[in-house]
Design a protein around this ligand. Structure first.
Ligand code: UT7
Length: 319
């Protein structure tokens, strides 16, 4: 059954330190021309002393203000992240405490679905929300903690940040359509090790990937997910005002546009400024699109993402 969702507010937080491609070229053997032509990225923000919960908290405060609600009106907090501050408690619990929420119904938890995490978190919120209830859904990452800054094949791609959204279950809103899927990553094309039992050297891991494999997967995955939510909502691409894709690589977005014969202008793109912020990328893009008055007026939008797992998914919403 499709869930009726209304978006009440958006928020975002950028990490403190901008790092340009030229800055990176002083750290590893790379250059602006390579990075920009292969990815579309010019700059990214990296944290100095803020952890994931700090970025998530800042984005949450902005979303709460934007929604013009009191934090105590929230019923659920879900954080999508693969770079939590601690193994426990969850980033969501930490944000609940900093917001000082004492609502008797509140519960908070994290999910990890890598770069697809925000879509998965939104689907969970849609399933859990009772009519009239409100959820704070956050994507927050400090990927700089798990990047090998000597590895030019990965360090140029990622950035830190957070995006947040307040969403309510509203009988008068339009139904949201979701599609989520994970396929077996037999070849380990995208991963970051956690704590290993094997040896001290392997205790913590940096992000590693087979870029071209991920690239091919991403194009098929995003195209399939867009088709699936259109089918579920029983509408066509012509009815969609804006597609908010995971901001990983401009060439991936262009390839999806070409494969599906969609005008590139229909895709919201801000990866030039932020790089790939994983679970934060879609809510950061939503917050920026909202700042630019591109949302609202009952527009239909599709959010679509892919990431480690291998996971992918989409959400079609009227906002
Ligand atoms: O959220 C999901 C996260 N992951 C992704 O979205 C990744 C998807 N994949 C990609 O975006 C692309 O595969 C990359 C941007 C990662 C790489 O682009 P590519 O066109 O697939 O390049 P490549 O891996 O085939 O590398 C081409 C060359 C290689 O040199 P040789 O072997 O041709 O001499 C690399 O060593 O470029 C070299 N290279 C670099 N050169 C300068 C790799 N990284 C860099 C770099 N600067 N940063």
């Amino acid at each position: 059954m499709m869930t009726k969702l209304r978006i009440l507010g958006y928020g975002k937080a950028l990490a403190q330190k901008p790092i340009t491609n030229d800055d990176l070229s002083k750290m590893v053997d790379t250059n602006d021309e390579w990075i920009y032509s292969r990815t579309g990225i010019k700059s990214r923000y990296v944290t100095i002393d803020e952890n994931t919960s700090d970025l998530g908290y800042r984005a949450s405060c902005m979303a709460i203000d934007d929604a013009q609600i009191n934090a105590n009106e929230l019923d659920i907090i879900i954080v999508a992240t693969m770079t939590p501050d601690k193994f426990t408690p969850s980033v969501a619990s930490m944000i609940q405490a900093r917001l000082g929420i004492e609502n008797a119904n509140i519960y908070a938890f994290d999910i990890n679905c890598a770069c697809s995490g925000f879509i998965f978190a939104l689907k969970i919120a849609a399933k859990l929300l009772e009519p009239g209830q409100k959820a704070l859904v956050i994507g927050a990452e400090t990927l700089s903690k798990i990047i090998n800054w000597q590895d030019r094949t990965t360090c140029v791609l990622f950035g830190d940040g957070a995006g947040a959204m307040i969403v309510s279950a509203d009988e008068n809103a339009q139904s949201a359509a979701f599609y989520l899927h994970t396929i077996n990553d037999d070849q380990q094309v995208l991963f970051a090790n956690g704590i290993s039992l094997d040896s001290a050297e392997q205790r913590y891991g940096n992000i590693q990937m087979k870029g071209q494999e991920v690239f091919k997967f991403a194009i098929n995955a995003m195209s399939e997910a867009i088709i699936k939510v259109l089918e579920e909502a029983d509408i066509t691409l012509d009815d969609i005002s804006l597609i908010i894709p995971h901001q990983a690589n401009l060439r991936i977005i262009k390839a999806v546009a070409k494969k599906m014969n969609i005008d590139l202008d229909k895709f919201y793109i801000n990866l030039e400024k932020y790089g790939n912020t994983s679970a934060a990328s879609i809510p950061l893009a939503l917050a920026d699109a909202n700042d630019q008055q591109m949302l609202g007026n009952n527009k239909k939008i599709i959010m679509v993402g892919f990431g480690a797992g291998l996971s992918y998914g989409a959400c079609l919403l009227q906002i």
